[in-house]
Write a protein that binds this ligand. Structure first.
Ligand code: AMP
Ligand code: MN
Ligand code: MN
Ligand code: MN
Length: 331
């Protein structure tokens, strides 16, 4: 073959190889020219998205700005703050992300009750100012204080008084007192060695500090998210350990029927086997795949922001369907 026939092929192949190898330098997201196209981050070639994390606006220990800095330092290219049932950190998170050169998707993690179990639905690319979403989330947050008082009464009955006041000291958003805040207080007061021990001994179903709660309905959560322009994602599906296979199948089927479109495959709470299981399920149900650390606190989270393996290549990343909802940093 003549060299003329070889040349164009090599010229076409080279950029693809460069794109596969392209990685942001840690601490300098958004600066790699190969990952940009037309002055914007190229969503088709982006891999380091972290689309699940918590700030002090819910049960994380870092403010949105500090969390953004940590995400950027971890090489995250596309970030989302997904506080539980709350969007009041969204504007701060977006501003901080863009100033650090990261693309941003507005997010939330809605608590849902499905088949008697608590399920979390992440909303990505939502409009944090959407009235129906904001009001729905406010209703979902309602009742947390009463629940916390009941939890404290349960703990007092087994010899641990003062838990409500104790947990409150860890709360930045008074509408969002959660089990995590009780867990931190129980660890710091020496009742348990770490938060997993707290949940195992005190805060899960059947234990003295557990109080069942009725959260939003699955359909409501999916509708609030999608009607505000976002995409609904089943969070950490392997964590719903009380579901029978039939209940899990029902969750996926009903979620799709309501208009849900994604599932977390790469999350801090999945084992390697669970990643494979939910990658298969994503394909079976025709769902887009998401990736997020579920980072809460530097000394509690096993998975750092932006440190998970890439999504398996056979899956379609959620962010490719959220092109119009991404806030891009200035080129
Ligand atoms: P709540 O919304 O008040 O029911 O609290 C739920 C939160 O508790 C979750 O978002 C996690 O941050 C935390 N959590 C639940 N289970 C565990 C566990 N086994 N270990 C550590 N944290 C947990
Ligand atoms: Mn949490
Ligand atoms: Mn969750
Ligand atoms: Mn979470």
């Amino acid at each position: 073959m003549s060299p003329m026939l070889h040349e164009p092929r090599r010229a076409r192949l080279l950029p693809v190889t460069r794109i596969w190898r392209a990685r942001e330098r840690p601490g300098r997201p958004g600066t790699n020219p190969v990952l940009r196209q037309f002055g914007r981050l190229n969503l088709n070639h982006l891999t380091n998205a972290d689309l699940h994390s918590h700030s002090t606006v819910s049960d994380g220990t870092l403010a949105p700005e500090a969390l953004a800095a940590r995400a950027a330092a971890g090489g995250v290219q596309l970030w989302s703050l997904t506080d539980h049932d709350e969007v009041r950190g969204q504007h701060r998170a977006r501003e901080a992300a863009l100033a650090l050169g990261m693309a941003y998707l507005a997010g939330v993690e809605v608590s849902v009750t499905f088949a008697g179990e608590t399920v979390h639905i992440v909303g990505l690319g939502i409009d944090p100012d959407d009235t129906a979403l904001v009001e729905g989330l406010a209703r979902t947050r309602g009742g947390r204080e009463e629940r916390a008082l009941e939890m404290a009464a349960g703990l007092a009955a087994v010899g641990i008084p003062g838990a409500f006041e104790g947990a409150l000291r860890y709360v930045a958003n008074p509408e969002l007192i959660s089990r995590t805040h009780f867990a931190r207080w129980l660890v710091d007061t020496g009742h348990c060695a770490d938060t997993s021990e707290v949940f195992r001994r005190f805060l899960t179903d059947g234990k003295p500090g557990f109080v069942a709660h009725r959260w939003a309905k699955l359909g409501e959560a999916v509708h609030w998210i999608t009607e505000s322009g976002g995409l609904a994602v089943i969070a950490h599906p392997a964590r719903y350990t009380r579901f029978t296979p039939t209940e899990e199948y029902a969750l996926f089927t009903e979620f799709k029927a309501h208009g849900g479109q994604g599932v977390e495959v790469m999350t801090g709470s999945h084992s390697e086997a669970e990643r494979i299981k939910y990658a298969d399920l994503a394909l079976e149900f025709g769902l887009l795949a998401s990736r997020g650390s579920d980072f809460h606190a530097p000394d509690e989270s096993r998975t750092g922001l932006g440190t998970l393996p890439d999504l398996p290549g056979r899956l379609t990343p959620v962010w490719t369907a959220l092109r119009d909802r991404v806030h891009f940093p200035a080129p």
